[in-house]
Design a protein around this ligand. Structure first.
Ligand SMILES: Cc1ncc(COP(=O)(O)O)c(C=O)c1O
Length: 396
């Protein structure tokens, strides 16, 4: 049987390359998982138990999502600079479904889609199903290169821009305030939708927070995606999107067609959790733990990295970017050297639609145990030094 083209297109992002045979000795800097020690297990269990005490939680509800939860999320958004009420919010199965629904809303085959290079691999997997024409905009320290974006927009029809402005997956970069405002101006000028993916917004470890891009939206053309995955638990599959009424209607219809609705039981459980728990204190704990892990990883990398390699200094989130010398192929390095040395990362080749970032890689400091970070960095940098010696023939 011939499968639809979208299967091969989705596989083309190389998800399969990233899943390797289980290796109990491996220290993984690859998966963007939260630290399991940080799940508020007791408080979430309480919330879920309370929700389960009501028989109605086991019934179908509606595609918009639980109204009490939507109001709570709207309050969270308001406090973060986005003017929203509960009716401006659609509950999704994680931010991933928000990406998929927005792509479904906007993209016919061949439509122009701008992504950051490098970008979030799961977004490419979702987008590939809709066969867009991709335009890659290079990442800079302060977010995507807007001059490059403008050049693309002047010469090509772009319908949508996907960005992770806060602690970007995979570079950790934060888009500057000026760029956030300029991006909205460009979108207005060229009639483009901006998809702002913000699952790391609440995980800032230093410096002052910048308003979301959605806060500068004057024409209802920014969709903001939030998620509980990194700040509560990914198994809840609980995300949300904030959009203007004209976009929300279409998104709600598409959500109903995709999965009818998100689990009422889970939504009500999270709503009870938010009512009863000290969520700000929980977030403060997350920040403290992840800041410390980031510092351990950066210190080890700065000590051990051979010359020719550089890393970004993220102020939040889960990731930093390791940039190697031109010509280095991180995919080959991973297969040939890193995996045998029991350490792993996400090679850059997988993180852009045209596979242009082969000499870089994403590392996470969130998931590995604190005590594994330094030994893992030693394994990694030993392999990098070997590789440099091979490439240069040097004897040191
Ligand atoms: C930038 C970005 N967007 C979306 C997701 C998907 O998250 P969720 O679990 O909320 O679907 C992730 C997860 O790694 C991510 O890093």
């Amino acid at each position: 049987m011939k499968l639809a083209n979208r299967v091969a297109a989705t596989q083309n992002v190389g998800l399969n390359d990233l899943y390797t045979a289980p290796d109990p000795q491996q220290i993984s800097f690859a998966g963007g998982y939260p630290d399991p020690a940080m799940f508020p297990q007791a408080e979430l269990t309480n919330g879920l138990k309370q929700a389960a005490a009501d028989r109605a939680a086991f019934q179908y509800a509606d595609a918009w999502g639980d109204r009490a939860l939507r109001d709570q999320l709207a309050a969270l958004m308001m406090a973060d600079g986005i003017k929203a009420t509960g009716t401006d919010i659609l509950i999704t199965q994680g931010a991933q479904q928000g990406i998929d629904l927005t792509a479904r809303l906007m993209l016919d085959p061949g439509d122009g889609l701008v992504v950051e290079a490098p970008t979030y691999l799961g977004a490419l997997a979702a987008f590939n199903q809709y066969a867009p024409t991709y335009y890659e905009v290079p990442m800079q320290e302060d977010g995507m290169d807007l001059e490059a974006l403008q050049k693309i927009q002047l010469t090509h029809p772009v319908k949508m821009i996907y960005t992770v402005p806060d602690f970007q997956n995979p570079t950790g970069a934060v888009m500057s305030l000026e760029k956030r405002q300029a991006l909205v101006r460009l979108a207005n000028r060229f009639d483009v939708l901006i998809l702002e993916d913000g699952p790391y917004r609440f995980l800032r470890y230093e410096g002052a927070s910048l308003p979301p891009i959605k806060a500068f939206d004057t024409e209802g053309r920014v969709i903001f995606l939030g998620s509980m995955s990194k700040i509560l638990s990914p198994s809840l599959r609980l995300g949300w999107l904030v959009a203007s009424p004209q976009l929300l209607d279409g998104l709600e219809t598409l959500k109903g067609a995709a999965d009818v609705e998100s689990s009422a039981l889970i939504q009500r459980g999270v709503s009870r959790y938010l009512d009863a728990a000290d969520f700000p204190a929980h977030l403060a704990q997350l920040r403290q733990t992840y800041r410390d892990k980031r510092d351990v990883m950066l210190a080890a990398l700065h000590r051990e990295l051979p010359s020719g390699f550089a890393v970004t200094q993220p102020h939040g989130g889960f990731f930093l970017w390791l940039q190697g010398p031109a010509g280095l192929d991180m995919t080959r390095l991973q297969k040939g050297t890193l995996l045998p040395a029991h350490v792993s990362l996400v090679p850059g080749r997988n993180l852009s639609p045209h596979h242009t970032m082969a000499s870089g890689a994403r590392l996470t400091f969130a998931a590995p145990a604190r005590e594994d970070i330094e030994p893992g960095v030693k394994r990694l940098t030993k392999a990098l030094r070997q590789r440099v010696r091979q490439a240069t023939g040097s004897a040191d």
